[in-house]
Design a protein around this ligand. Sequence first.
Ligand code: CA
Length: 438
Amino acid sequence: MLLSLLPRWKTRQLIAASSFILLVACAEKPTAADALPLAPAQPAPVVTLPGTTPDVSTEIQPLQTFAQWQADFRPQALQAGIAPDTFDRAFLGITPDMDVIKADRSQPEFTRPVWEYLEGALSPLRVRNGKKLLEQHADLLTLIEQRYGVDRQVLVAVWGMESNFGQFQGNKSVIRSLATLAYEGRRPQFAQDQLIAALQIIQHGDIQPEAMRGSWAGAMGQTQFIPTTYNTHAVDFDGDGRRDIWNSTADALASTAHYLQSSGWKRGQPWGFEVQVPPGFDYWQADGSLRKPVSDWLALGVKLPAGTQLPVGSNQLSAALLLPAGARGPAFLVLDNFRAILKYNNSSSYALAVSLLGDRFTGWGFIAGSWPKEDLPLSRSERMELQNLLNSKGHEAGNPDGIIGANTRKAIRNAQQGLGWPADGYPTHKLLESLRQQ
Ligand code: CA
């Protein structure tokens, strides 16, 4: 079989950056429900453009065929408790999937602006469908709210974002995708752990191997759980004995509720709310890692937009100031429930989309501030150039990998401060231009 001769490419140079790339470049959730550690909300638009050509120009060094990899992996799976016949049945006819490798290697040059991402996420059709489903499943949602203490609007919003309410769950064989990634991906150990978890699910009898379908990254079903999250959080809510997040709406929504409950969701609390930042504000404070009571933010001059009110009881809640498009765009105070959504998918754009979608179901969730639409996000090569320029001027942006992480944001703030600009840490063409000319 030709594909079994596929060489194992040498991709070590990509591994270091890979987990963050998943955060920033693939916010349309190749790994929704990924159990990534909670990081501060990223004040950057973070979405891949569809149809971006993947960069697969990697040096090739044959190390191992897929058949060899499988033979090495089998005893490890058995040692982890997988029965030989479960393993052999799941791997029957499995070959590497080139599309999965391409998707895993993809390092998109362009990112979609956050306002475009939100426009797609909050489409009137999705809002209408969500409202209908809230009515249709009202009794079920009441039971789930009672059991898990997670509000129905956020459950339906996550459902809408993850799979368009079950319509787009991904149609790839999860075993094949994860085997491909364990053999050849940028995070082989992560993929191998997921693969063993997937085999455990099959062994448990929840789903047949051929019906276990999902995204290229192994996110499965209506909730897009990765297998380890499934094992810790999927529930059989309809009582048929199987945790079926693919075909049972009750199981899918209850599993989502269980995950959000574990992530610290507090029933009845807001996710956050839009605010306005006063002139002369110290933008160093707009950082996901900096949290203080809402009342402290108000004392600093942060205001609510005209015609809106502070959500009842939120005065003492801990909040961070989120600027998804920098100082020139809308601002939000985000609370604990926002952080719970980030545990589902660690992208502030995603969490904002879920939050606003949930609000739209009840007629809210419209943004008063305006987006700086002439400020298109920097491309990947421009971000790398920016990092190089920052480094060359002593601002310590770290490894120029095109990823705007904590170090780069701090370096941007320092450069902005030196220029007398608001130090929001947000990378713009104007800043890049200015550094080029310095
Ligand atoms: Ca069930």
